[in-house]
Design a protein around this ligand. Structure first.
Ligand SMILES: Nc1nc2c(ncn2[C@@H]2O[C@H](COP(=O)(O)OP(=O)(O)O)[C@@H](O)[C@H]2O)c(=O)[nH]1
Ligand SMILES: [Mg+2]
Length: 208
């Protein structure tokens, strides 16, 4: 069944996506947000996207949240992954500095190159704050990067679920505040996002 065929069930359909280095917790964040059970939080190889229904700001929303299928390990995410997104979540691990520096060196550049809407809302997320004793990236550094790059910022833990809901909700509220994104998300014009397929890369089938 085409999941976009029930326009009466929601007011807006938004495409959100998760990017960042392998192992930062993208799939865990997605699971933490979309599933009700706590136990199934485990490393995954990712999915195309997950659907989450949400009522926010008086609007019924259908969120298609895209996760990588591990291609980020090979830096082979391509334009089709980014295309049509209203919200982009850039994730790093507060206990691994290179995941933070790669956001500016790699991922932010890709976003600028491939995102199709200039108004697209970006959210910087420092994950794994439950591992406070292993923290190497300070909150201040996160705030500074977010300010420089012009995006929202939050620290969270997919494991304890602290701030996970807030992360997605703040992003979506900002999208709802942005007329050009709202227009894109209106029922009817959003059907095509389900027709897109993420890039299939033969190299992802091999495991390291
Ligand atoms: N302690 C802790 N571990 C986490 C957290 N989020 C993810 N992990 C773990 O980090 C590893 C990588 O997570 P995963 O979601 O697969 O990362 P992805 O490659 O970015 O999708 C897994 O072992 C997760 O259980 C978190 O908030 N806290
Ligand atoms: Mg993953």
């Amino acid at each position: 069944m085409d999941p976009s065929n029930s326009p009466g069930e929601f007011d807006y359909l938004f495409k959100l996506l998760l990017i960042g280095d392998s192992g930062v917790g993208k799939s865990s964040l997605l699971l933490s947000f979309t599933s009700d059970t706590f136990d199934d939080l485990s490393p995954t190889i990712g999915v195309d996207f997950k659907i989450k229904m949400l009522t926010l700001g008086g609007k019924r929303l259908k969120l298609a949240i895209w996760d990588t299928a591990g291609q980020e390990r090979f830096r082979t995410l391509t334009s089709s992954y980014y295309r049509g997104a209203q919200g982009i979540i850039l994730v790093y691990d507060v206990t691994r500095r290179e995941t933070f520096t790669n956001l500016s060196d790699v991922w932010a550049k890709e976003v600028d190159l491939y995102s199709t809407n200039q108004d697209c809302i970006k959210m910087l997320v420092g994950n794994k704050v439950d591992k406070e004793s292993e923290r190497v990236v300070t909150k201040k550094e996160g705030i500074a990067f977010a300010r420089e790059y012009g995006c929202l910022f939050i620290e969270c833990s997919a494991k304890t679920r602290v701030n996970v809901q807030q992360c997605f909700e703040e992003l979506v509220l900002k999208i709802l505040d942005t007329p050009s994104l709202l227009a894109e998300g209106s029922t009817g014009v959003r059907r095509n996002i389900f027709k897109q397929k993420p890039p299939t890369d033969a190299s992802t089938s091999s495991c390291c």
